[in-house]
Each structure stands twice: as C-alpha cells, then as structure tokens.
Design a protein around this ligand. Structure first.
Ligand code: PEP
Ligand code: MN
Length: 323
C-alpha cells in the first residue's frame, strides 16, 4: 500500500466516537456496560473482587459446637478469610438432615467470636431473612433458589451482601439476570459463585464451568468465586480445581472442610480434612502472585497455633463421643 493509500484508509476507519452505542443486555445494572470498573465488596480487612484471593471455608452443615468451632479454628489458622456453614439446608430428600436453623446460626456466631472471621450462611426462605441477617455477614442464595425471584426481591432490600450461586441449569445470562434482581432492588453488594452445572456427565457431581468465570467477568463487574466442592463432589478433585480457579481469574473460593469428613451429616465425600485444606492454602499462597493475586491471611507461625483450651476440650469430648 502506498503512503497515500494507507493515510486514506486510516481516515476512512470509523472513529470511536461515532461507533454505535452498545445494546444493553437484560441485566442492565449488573452489566459492565453501565459499570466498567470491577466491583469490590469490603468485608472487614478484605475486599472481595480486589487483589486479595478470598477463601471461604467450613463444613457443609453446622452440626454441633465442637464440629463448628473446631473446623472454624482450623480453617482460620490455615488462612481462610471467611467461615461457611449451613444452618438451613436444601436437601433433595425430606428425610435427610435439614440443618439446625437458629441453633446453628448461634454456633456460627460463636465461631465468628472465636476466630474473628466473618460468616456466610444460606437463607432458603423469605420468611427467614430477618433471622439469618441478624447473625450472618453474607447471605448465601443456594443453587436451587437461584431463580427464586420473590426471595431475590426480598434480599435486594437486605443490609448484608449476598453470595448468589449459579442455578443447576442456568445459562450465564439467566444467572446475571438473577443478580439483576438484587441490584435493581438496591443491593449492589453481590458476589457470584460458579458451583458447577448439571450436564450429561456422571463422573463428577456437577460439571465445573470454569469458562463461566471468564464469560461473567467479560459481561459483568461483579466479583466471581468458584465452589469446587459442590462442582466435583470429590474431595481429591478440590485442590487441583481450586488452583485452576485461581489461574482462570476467579476472585476467590468456597470450599467445604470438615474436622471429621467420614462422620459428616452432609457432603462428607467432598469435604477436605483440615490437613488437606492447610496444604491447599499453602499452594494457593505460593501460586497467587503468579496470577496477580495475594493471600495475605497466612502469618508466619500461624499454622502451628493451637485452639484455646475450651475449644480443644470440647473437640476432644466430641471425638471420644463419636468413637
Ligand atoms: C451449599 O453451599 O451449602 C450448597 C447447598 O451448595 P449449592 O447451593 O451450590 O448446592
Ligand atoms: Mn454441601
């Protein structure tokens, strides 16, 4: 091309200012078009959606004080930022353990007092929002309720951030529309969680859609975390999938950890032991800087700290009662 021709083609190219405006998707406030910057959600010392790779960990269900306090202590000394545990459990069978309801919330609250970490727990029903909100720091909406629009509308008025899990059969557009219910009603402190979707595959409990992290981040400003425990259903898949989530750009993880997975009342087969969780946190801390992240919770020597005597005594009592 002559210089003249290349000058002409440069002037012929459409100027950015005259490009047609991007069409807004049905999830307007959730979209990056209306909010180009990443959203960050502050929780105490940390922001979810910033450089810190935030790890939420704990048992599937709150079962009793020694289990909850012991596990909470273990995940804290291993570097978790937030404690998880369900007090209202969405179980496929009505005969399975349904959770301890308010009694479980009180145990979570004790775990927060013991560790100083924030707690995330599921709210299943609109009528329980006030109760759960009076204990929790983050309100979790489970996969089965991801399109419960009346629950989402009520949660849009909550004072606490919401962790919204992707529904078992939801497209990314449907998932972002669910988030939109929260933002449209006034709650913009929303964290999205990819927890695996249902496919034809039966080798794993669900199919972890890691590309969803990229697709969501392209479309939305909201932070995205990954739950490799419910996605895979297998404890020994959790660590490699967690590292993959960090590599693909997730803002954090939600991981099931139980002080005694073989006696867990729910999801023991996908729960890490505290020792495995500690090893995973060590590897994530090493890898994080390679992906522009950090995990600043692990302090030198912290991993050797023992729980206070009262917690150690109740854990020992629970262990001997289980024998
Ligand atoms: C949970 O995190 O406790 C849970 C029930 O997960 P999900 O809603 O993703 O199945
Ligand atoms: Mn579970």
């Amino acid at each position: 091309m002559t210089k003249e021709a290349s000058d002409m083609s440069a002037t012929a190219a459409p100027a950015a200012a005259t490009a047609p405006p991007k069409k807004l998707p049905p999830y307007k406030l959730t979209s990056r078009i209306t909010h180009p910057e990443d959203s960050r959600i502050r929780l105490g010392e940390y922001e979810i959606g910033g450089p810190e790779f935030v790890v939420m960990a704990g048992p599937c269900s709150v079962e009793h004080d020694p289990q909850m306090l012991g596990t909470a202590w273990d995940v804290k000394v291993s570097g978790a930022h937030i404690i998880r545990g369900g007090a209202f459990k969405p179980r496929s069978s009505p005969y399975s353990f349904q959770g301890l309801a308010e009694e479980g919330l009180k145990m979570l609250s004790k775990a927060r007092e013991l560790t100083g970490l924030a707690i995330v727990t599921e709210v299943m029903d609109s009528t329980d929002i006030d109760l759960v909100e009076s204990y929790a720091d983050i309100l979790q909406v489970g996969a089965r309720n991801s399109q419960n629009f009346s629950l989402l509308k009520r949660l849009s008025k909550a004072r606490k951030p919401v962790l919204l899990k992707r529904g078992l059969m939801n497209t990314i557009e449907e998932f972002l529309c669910s988030a939109e219910y929260l933002l449209a009603g006034g709650n913009d402190r929303v964290i999205l969680c990819e927890r695996g979707i249902r496919t034809f595959e039966t080798a794993t409990r669900n199919t972890l859609d890691l590309s969803a992290v990229l697709a969501i981040k392209e479309r939305s400003h909201l932070p995205v975390i990954v739950d490799p425990s419910h996605a895979s259903g297998r404890a020994h898949y959790v660590a490699p999938l967690s590292r993959a989530a960090l590599a693909v750009g997730a803002d954090g993880l939600m991981i099931e950890v139980h002080c005694s997975p073989e006696t867990a009342l729910c999801d023991g087969e996908e729960s890490l032991t505290p020792q495995d969780f500690r090893a995973l946190m060590g590897s994530l801390q090493e890898l994080a800087p390679h992906f522009g992240r950090k995990i600043s919770t692990l302090k030198p020597g912290a991993a050797s700290e023992n729980p206070p005597d009262s917690v150690a005594a109740s854990m020992a009592a629970a262990a001997s009662a289980a024998e």
